[in-house]
Design a protein around this ligand. Structure first.
Ligand code: TLP
Length: 343
C-alpha cells in the first residue's frame, strides 16, 4: 500500500548525500572538543545566525532546556505562550530539572501581546518568583506552523529590555519562517539571547539541534548539556549530515509550504470549514474534523487504513505536516483518499 506520512517533518529519512557525508565524516572525541566536523558546524551556524557561539545538542528538547537553564537559576519564572512546545510536550523538564516555573499567557496564533507580557512580569518583592525570560516560538507548532512576525518579536524584545529580561527563541522551525518571509535567520536570532533550531525536522537530518548565543551563554549551556548526559563522542557522524542540510535543504522548504497550501485548499474544497486556508503559512495544516463527519481520532484511523498518516491534535483537529519525503503527487493521493473517506 502507498504510504503518505504526514505525522511530522521529523519522519524524514537522511538523503543519499547525507548518508555519504556521514559515512565519510572526519571525526574525533567531541567531549575533548576534537571533532572537526562538529567544530566546523558550530562555527558555521554561529556565523550564519550572527551569534558568537553555537552548540550541537541531540534534540530540540535538550536545546530548550539547556538554553533556559543558562538564562535562569532555580526559583525563576519564564513567560511563554500557553501553547508553547516546552510547556506541553517536554515532560515538564523546566520544572523537574531546572527548578524553574513556567508562566503561560494567552496570545494570538502564538504571538504574545506586549501588554500581556508586561502584565505577567512579577513585581520585585520577596514573595514572588523572579521573572527572568520571555520565551517565544517560531514557527509556532500548536498554532499550526504560524509565523511569529519579526516586528512582533522585536516588540517582545523591547519589553524584555525595559524590564531587564532575557529572550529565548524556540526556533525548531526557524528556517521555515525564514524561507516563507525572506527574513534572514540572523534577524530572528538577533531578537533572542538564546535560540534553538532543529536539523531533524524540515531540514531532514536524522538527529540534532543547535543552540546559539553569546560565548558566555553557550559555555553555560555546554556545561548543562554535559550534566544532562549529552556529551557525545565521535558526533561528526551526525553533524556531517547537518552540513549537507545547510547546503541543500533550506531553499527547498518552499516546496513543503506549497504542498501544505495545496493540501489545505484541497481539503477546504472537499468540505467547507474543515481548513482555514489563510492560516497555512508554512508546512503544517490543521484540519477541523467535524465538517468531515469524524472526530480527530476516528479520522486519523480511517485514513491510516488508506495509508495516509497524520496525528490527532488539539481542539477537534488533526495536524498534517509536509516535508522532504512528501511529493506533490503524494498530496494528490492524500486528497483522493480523504475525498473517498468523506461521504
Ligand atoms: N515537535 C514534534 C513533537 O513534539 C511532536 C513535532 O512533531 O512537531 N520545539 C518545537 C516547536 C517542536 O515542534 C519540537 C518537536 C521540539 C521543540 C522538540 O524537539 P525534539 O523532538 O527534537 O526534542
Amino acid at each position: 500500500m502507498r504510504v503518505v506520512d504526514l505525522r511530522s517533518d521529523t519522519v524524514t529519512r537522511p538523503t543519499p548525500a547525507m548518508r555519504k557525508a556521514m559515512a565519510e565524516a572526519e571525526v574525533g572525541d567531541d567531549v575533548f572538543g576534537e571533532d572537526p566536523t562538529t567544530n566546523s558546524l558550530q562555527e558555521r551556524v554561529a556565523k550564519m545566525c550572527g551569534k558568537e557561539a553555537a552548540l550541537f545538542v541531540p534534540t530540540g528538547s535538550m536545546g530548550n532546556l539547556v538554553s533556559l537553564r543558562a538564562l535562569t537559576v532555580p526559583g525563576d519564572e519564564v513567560i511563554c505562550h500557553d501553547g508553547a512546545h516546552f510547556f506541553h510536550y517536554e515532560v515538564s523538564s523546566l520544572a523537574a530539572v531546572a527548578g524553574v516555573q513556567t508562566r503561560p499567557i494567552a496570545g494570538n496564533r502564538g504571538v504574545l501581546d506586549p501588554e500581556g507580557i508586561v502584565a505577567a512580569i512579577r513585581p520585585p518583592t520577596y514573595t514572588f518568583p523572579r521573572t527572568r525570560v520571555i520565551s517565544l516560538e517560531n514557527t509556532h507548532n500548536l498554532a499550526g506552523g504560524a509565523i511569529y512576525p519579526i516586528d512582533d518579536m522585536r516588540a517582545a524584545r523591547k519589553v524584555a529590555d525595559e524590564y531587564g529580561l532575557s529572550v529565548h527563541l524556540d526556533g525548531a522551525r526557524i528556517f521555515n519562517a525564514s524561507v516563507a518571509t525572506s527574513v534572514p535567520v540572523a534577524e530572528y536570532a538577533a531578537v533572542a539571547d538564546t535560540m534553538t533550531f532543529c536539523f531533524s525536522k524540515g531540514l531532514g537530518c536524522p538527529v540534532g539541534s543547535m543552540v546559539v548565543g553569546s560565548s558566555e551563554l553557550i559555555e553555560k549551556a555546554h556545561r548543562f548539556r554535559k550534566m544532562h548526559g549529552g556529551g557525545m563522542r565521535q558526533v561528526g557522524v551526525l553533524t556531517a549530515a547537518c552540513h549537507v542540510a545547510l547546503d541543500t535543504m533550506i531553499e527547498r522548504l518552499a516546496d513543503d509550504h506549497e504542498n501544505a497550501k495545496r493540501l489545505a485548499e484541497g481539503i477546504a474544497g472537499i468540505r467547507e470549514g474543515a481548513v482555514e486556508t489563510d492560516d497555512v503559512e508554512t508546512n503544517m495544516v490543521l484540519v477541523t474534523t467535524q465538517p468531515l463527519g469524524y472526530d480527530p481520532k476516528g479520522f486519523a484511523e480511517a485514513l491510516a487504513e488508506r495509508g495516509v498518516k497524520f496525528l490527532p491534535y488539539q481542539a477537534g483537529t488533526v495536524r498534517m505536516v509536509t516535508h522532504h519525503d512528501i511529493s506533490a503527487s503524494d498530496i494528490e493521493y492524500a486528497l483522493e483518499q480523504i475525498s473517498l473517506s468523506v461521504s
